[in-house]
Each structure stands twice: as structure tokens, then as C-alpha cells.
Design a protein around this ligand. Structure first.
Ligand code: ASP
Length: 313
């Protein structure tokens, strides 16, 4: 099994989903895969901004919600065949009605708690993952949508919930033993606490979801698909001939990331590292490029130095 994570820019619009689909089609022809997706680009920020406006008694929140709804309606229209659109358009509308109801509540009460914040931001991944799964199914792929909230269990530390790995791993392992679809598509970022309240894993948490699943199922590989071709030997804005690092150790990747190489955020890939699962950083927009392969003991480079990073001042 392999786990493939696609971030916000990779799933920004219908056109990009075609690139994602091509990658998933290829990978799933060789392995069972779990695909973890982020919300469409900008949607998490948009949802937070709507709720914040509502809590500040700024009526503009309705406009923000309308814009986000439009974005998803367009996404469905550009992605799915006409015969399948109407149920998904209703799905989007229903969810945005719920979002509007929640924001109306925030507006009236003037209260925007972390618990409500998770409830609101969760819609981003919930919507993107459902629509993308529908697209893959519609194109004949053996794909099932998995509700991460029922499997990734956390404490009630809303907006930055801590995972209960024992419960989570057991739930995921049982699920994947009993369900054998070639492609399982799951929303990143979202989870739930023991009482069933929606929680989230912190901003950028979709990498964490993918890493948790990869570790739980002892995946062959965790692939992080993003909009750059991997980690670089130096900051390309400062060093014009910086090159992609093709192989790097977990330790080195973490060290480079601590000083600004923002391709991966070490805490989010910890579960995969602890399980010794290789992590490949790949570019959705240039899938042929080799990317960066992060593993426990990569071969040494000629000059011994893997890369250079620093912090300014
Ligand atoms: N959508 C969430 C965020 O923007 C999680 C993620 O994309 O990883 O933080």
C-alpha cells in the first residue's frame, strides 16, 4: 500500500484534478493506494475569515460564503459529467447552507470558539474529498471515500488536537483489513474526539493525516505531492544554481526544514519517520521530475554536504 497526499494547490481546480487523477491512476495500477487531500486552495482561510467577520458583527461574511460556494459549484461543474452534476451541486448547496447557519449563529452570539472553528474549517476537506472521490469513481476507478473523522481519534484540544494513536491505528488497521478497494480517498486535517465532536490537527494538518495513515498501515511509501519538485540544496531565491536533492536522510531533511526549507514540516511526518516509511516529495505539475526521496540511510553524496540552509539576521 502507498499513501499519496495532495495539497491545496494540487487540488485547486478541476484542471489540476486531472493531473492528480493521472498520478493516482498510475500509482493504483501497481499498488493499493490511500489518497489524502487538502481543501481546495484558499478555502480553509476563507472559512475562517467568514466566521471571524460574523463574530465581529460584519455582515460581509455572507459574501465570503457565497464566493466559496461558487468556487465549489464551479469545481463540480467543471469536473463531473452533466448526468452526475445535480446531486453533487445539491450536496455543495446543502453544506454551504449549513456553513451559513453556523455563521449566522456566530453572528448572533458574537462568539467564535475553537470548537466551532473546527466545525467550520472541516467543511473544506469534507467537500474537496467527496467531490474528488466522485470524479475518480465516475471515471471508472475502484475508489471509495473514507471519513477520516471516524478513524482518526483525538483529544478535545480543538484546532490543534492530539491524536490518540492507539485507537486510531487500531481503527485504521481494522478498516483496511476489511476493505480492499484499490483507491481509498480520505480528507486530510479532520478528525474527531471521543464525544464525536469534529476536531482538526492544526494548520497544514493534511500531511499529518497522510503520515498517520501511512504508519498505521505500514505503507511502502508516503508520497507528498506539492507544487515544487522537492527539497533543494539551497534557497533558490538566494542561490541561482541551487539543485533538487534527490536523496536525503530523515535527519538531514528535518535539519534543513528547521531553517526555512518549507517543503516539509517535520512534526507532521513524524509518524512515518518513526515507522521507517520512505517519504517522497513530488511535483504534481511535473510528475516526471524525480523529486526528493527521504529515507533512513540514503547513499552518500559526492561532496558529503547534502544542502545548506540558514536563518536571516
Ligand atoms: N486545509 C488545511 C489548512 O489549510 C489543512 C491542509 O491543507 O493541510 O491548513
Amino acid at each position: 500500500m502507498k499513501v499519496l497526499k495532495f495539497g491545496g494547490t494540487s487540488v485547486a481546480n478541476a484542471q489540476n484534478i486531472l493531473l492528480v487523477e493521472k498520478i493516482v491512476r498510475k500509482e493504483s495500477s501497481e499498488n493499493r493506494v490511500v489518497v489524502v487531500v487538502s481543501a481546495l486552495s484558499g478555502v480553509t482561510d476563507g472559512l475562517i475569515s467568514a466566521a471571524e467577520s460574523a463574530s465581529a458583527k460584519n455582515e460581509n461574511y455572507s459574501e465570503t460564503i457565497k464566493t466559496l460556494e461558487e468556487k465549489h459549484l464551479e469545481f463540480v461543474k467543471n469536473l463531473l459529467p452533466i448526468t452526475e452534476q445535480s446531486s453533487w451541486l445539491s450536496f455543495v448547496k446543502k453544506n454551504f447552507n449549513d456553513i451559513e447557519d453556523i455563521c449566522n449563529g456566530i453572528y448572533v452570539l458574537g462568539e467564535f470558539t475553537p470548537r466551532i472553528k473546527d466545525k467550520i474549517t472541516a467543511y473544506g476537506e469534507f467537500l474537496s474529498s467527496n467531490i474528488i472521490a466522485a470524479k475518480l469513481k465516475s471515471d471508472g476507478l475502484d475508489c471509495v471515500w473514507l471519513d477520516s473523522r471516524n478513524y482518526i481519534k483525538t483529544n478535545s484540544n480543538f484546532t490543534d488536537a492530539k491524536v490518540n494513536f492507539e485507537t486510531t491505528n487500531a481503527a485504521l488497521q481494522t478498516y483496511f483489513k476489511e476493505n480492499k478497494q484499490q483507491i481509498t480517498l480520505a480528507p486530510g486535517f479532520i478528525a474527531s474526539d471521543v464525544d464525536g465532536n469534529i476536531t482538526t490537527l492544526g494548520r497544514g494538518g493534511s500531511d499529518f493525516t497522510a503520515s498517520i495513515i501511512a504508519a498505521a498501515v505500514n505503507a511502502k511509501e508516503l508520497q507528498i505531492w506539492t507544487d515544487v519538485s522537492g527539497m533543494m540544496t539551497a534557497d533558490p531565491r538566494l542561490v541561482s544554481n541551487a539543485k533538487i536533492i534527490h536523496k536525503i536522510s530523515y535527519q538531514e531533511a528535518m535539519e534543513l526544514s528547521h531553517f526555512g526549507a518549507k517543503v516539509i514540516y517535520p512534526p507532521t511526518i513524524q509518524p512515518a519517520i518513526e515507522s521507517g516509511i520512505p517519504i517522497e516529495v513530488k511535483n504534481t505539475f511535473n510528475p516526471q521530475a524525480p523529486g526528493t526521496y527521504i529515507e533512513s540511510s540514503p547513499p552518500e553524496t559526492r561532496g558529503k554536504i547534502r544542502g545548506i540552509s540558514g536563518s536571516s539576521n
